[in-house]
Design a protein around this ligand. Structure first.
Ligand code: ATP
Length: 247
């Protein structure tokens, strides 16, 4: 069964900018998918549409068998618990320990108390930062902070993990650690969708790679290797040429 289905999905922002245009694809449960493309290609837009941080202008999105435009207010907390989000806008709160940062995210999805705290400890251990639980973000390395953000996304035990540039600002060892953790989570059954600029890591991982250019899906390959001269660059040039001819 599919975790995510996009059917002709477009997002046009209020200022007229096109986020994504007529995107159609399917992602099965348990898949690991990279979304690549140049800056502004629509990667973050795609992830935010799945998590309903923004809403499609047209088209239909199904998540775990549900048309998300039709979710009722009552269904929303359950929907939010199905999706773990790791994205740059959601940094760690500086004035709280790593433990408290993760616990707060659980409270946001209406999970609190002893059981929730046990889960926080468990997920920090799984991410290899159990010993840093009481530390504040400024007291840990960038790699540990990234692990804490991943722990926070995973604390709610989601079936889908959306990671937007999870290795940004990390050195290559820390970036590789995060990729290994993502792969481990995927092995445990989590559907993992990662927007990334990190060509080297994308190539090493040999996963499904969906390439966006100017909001359109221009390639979708299994076990792909990132190629800088690939479809996105060529397609972007073609569309830009076409647009300039119209002006
Ligand atoms: N909130 C917004 N308001 C207006 N335009 C937006 C908004 N968010 C994104 N866009 C536009 O939508 C297009 C796609 O942006 P998006 O952030 O999805 O790209 P991206 O591939 O994630 O880029 P990057 O790799 O730089 O993060 C861009 O042209 C961008 O300017």
């Amino acid at each position: 069964m599919e975790a995510i289905i996009f059917n002709e999905v477009s997002k046009v922002f209020d200022n007229g900018e096109i986020g994504v245009e007529k995107l159609s694809f399917r992602i099965n449960r348990g898949e690991f998918v990279f979304i690549i493309g140049r800056s502004g290609a629509g990667k973050s837009t795609l992830l935010k549409l799945i998590s309903q941080q923004i809403h499609a202008t047209s088209g239909t999105i199904w998540v775990n068998g549900k048309d998300i435009a039709e979710l009722t207010r009552k269904e929303l907390p359950y929907f939010h618990r199905q999706i773990g989000i790791m994205q740059p806008e959601f940094g760690l709160l500086d004035d709280r320990s790593l433990f408290d940062n993760v616990e707060l995210a659980m409270k946001a999805t209406e999970q609190s108390g002893k059981k929730a705290r046990r889960r926080v400890t468990q997920i920090l251990n799984i991410m290899g930062i159990g010993k840093r639980a009481k530390f504040y973000p400024r007291e840990v390395s960038m790699g540990e902070a990234a692990r804490a953000m991943l722990a926070r996304a995973m604390a709610i035990n989601p079936s889908i993990l959306l990671a937007d540039e999870p290795t940004a600002n990390l050195d290559s060892d820390a970036a590789w650690d995060i990729m290994c953790l993502l792969e481990e989570l995927n092995r445990l059954g989590v559907t993992v969708i990662v927007a990334s600029h990190n060509q080297e890591l994308v190539s090493i991982m040999r996963k499904r790679v969906m390439t966006l250019a100017l909001g359109k899906l221009v390639a979708d390959e299994k076990h792909a290797v990132y190629n800088v001269m690939a479809a996105d660059v060529i397609e972007e040039r073609r569309v830009l040429n076409e647009r300039s001819r119209k002006i």
